[in-house]
Design a protein around this ligand. Structure first.
Ligand code: UDP
Length: 330
């Protein structure tokens, strides 16, 4: 983009969700124009930025019409089903929406002449780590239909890039966390399955004690280690990635994590420090499919896009999530 180019216009597919809405805000802050395409199956009308077009990711014709009519420059794609447990019970839903839906979207984009895409992937494509931290060349062996549905998309996008000249960057998120309370945006899943909102809600007396899934892992305190990344930092990664695509770069795949591992107990301690009250919890059996530790090697995105995480302190991440948990807007 030259300094004279008009600000890009981006369709945020799945933009009424937790991460999509945060990314849309970052684009708006950069002076870009956005519209949201979402079926509101798990997203929230109040979270959508720009015009909201209600539609299904699998509706190829609708998407093509929307892309043509809105004269969009690019697409960011967040629309997906993302519950690992549900994916093991209903695998076809995951392949249908996540894999099939992305095929429909990319087909619509190419028909409408739009070639730039940032796609939300996940560290779940790696499966159980054979080495840590997880780098982008780690073997890809997903252990759930959710991870597999995303891994299939990555291969599909790689093939389409080569054949159709699609410019696409895939961002492999670690554990998205935190909120943007200053924008009235935060995490609101029904049911909620994620550690930080559950721990906050338990501490605030909004739900029963947290079930801590396993304290007999081979980690520093026996509980699972994860790499919690603030949605704001995820959002800045999207902005940088899209800027580069719009300059003509073919795109690449990057991990987006802080590179720091935090145990479940350390998260609970952070919640206690932030709220000043203990988190009521009960130790429960391990949750099926949880690897002991997952954390990112994120040097590639730092080197290639100049990205940095600004919220690496777990207290900082939890603080924004706590502000939201006290007074969620939806
Ligand atoms: N966890 C837990 N109790 C809960 C939810 C999560 O102990 O009610 C643990 C889970 O076993 C994992 C970590 O918290 O080790 C993060 O889980 P989350 O579901 O937030 O994200 P995931 O790593 O599964 O994507």
């Amino acid at each position: 983009m030259s300094p004279q180019s008009p600000a890009p216009k981006v369709l945020i597919v799945g933009g009424a969700g937790y991460i999509g809405s945060a990314c849309a805000v970052s684009l708006l802050e950069a002076g870009w124009t956005v519209a949201t395409y979402d079926d509101l199956s798990t997203g929230h009308r109040q979270a959508a930025q720009g015009d909201l077009i209600q539609g299904d990711i699998r509706d190829r014709g609708r998407l093509e019409g929307v892309l043509r009519a809105g004269r969009f420059d690019a697409v960011m794609h967040f629309a997906a089903k993302s519950l690992v447990g549900e994916s093991t019970r209903h695998p076809l839903r995951y392949y249908d929406v996540n894999t099939g839906g992305t095929a429909a979207l990319v087909d619509a984009m190419l028909s409408a002449g739009i070639k730039s895409l940032v796609f939300s992937s996940t560290c779940a494509i790696y499966g159980d780590p054979v080495r840590l931290p997880l780098d982008e060349d780690h073997p890809r062996a997903p252990v759930s239909p959710y991870g597999d549905s995303k891994e299939m998309v990555e291969r599909m996008l790689a093939a389409t890039r080569a054949r159709e000249g699609l410019r696409v960057t895939t961002l492999r998120y670690f554990n998205a966390a935190g909120a943007l309370p200053e924008h009235g945006l935060g995490e609101s899943h029904h049911p909620e399955t994620h550690l930080i909102p559950l721990a906050l809600q338990a501490a605030l007396g909004q739900r029963p004690p947290l079930a801590l899934f396993g304290e007999d892992y081979d980690t520093r305190d026996g509980t699972c280690v994860r790499d919690y990344i603030h949605v704001r930092d995820l959002a800045s990664a999207h902005l940088l990635a899209m800027r580069r695509l719009l300059e003509g770069d073919p795109g690449d795949a990057y991990n987006v994590g802080t590179g720091m591992g935090t145990t479940v107990r350390e998260v609970l301690q952070a919640v206690e420090r932030v709220l000043g009250v203990p988190v009521p919890y009960e130790v429960a059996p391990r949750r099926e499919g949880d690897p002991p530790a997952l954390y990112a090697q994120a040097d590639k995105i730092r080197g290639a896009l100049g990205w940095e995480a600004h919220h690496v302190d777990i207290d900082d991440i939890v603080r924004t999530a706590a502000q939201w948990a006290r007074a969620p807007r939806y």
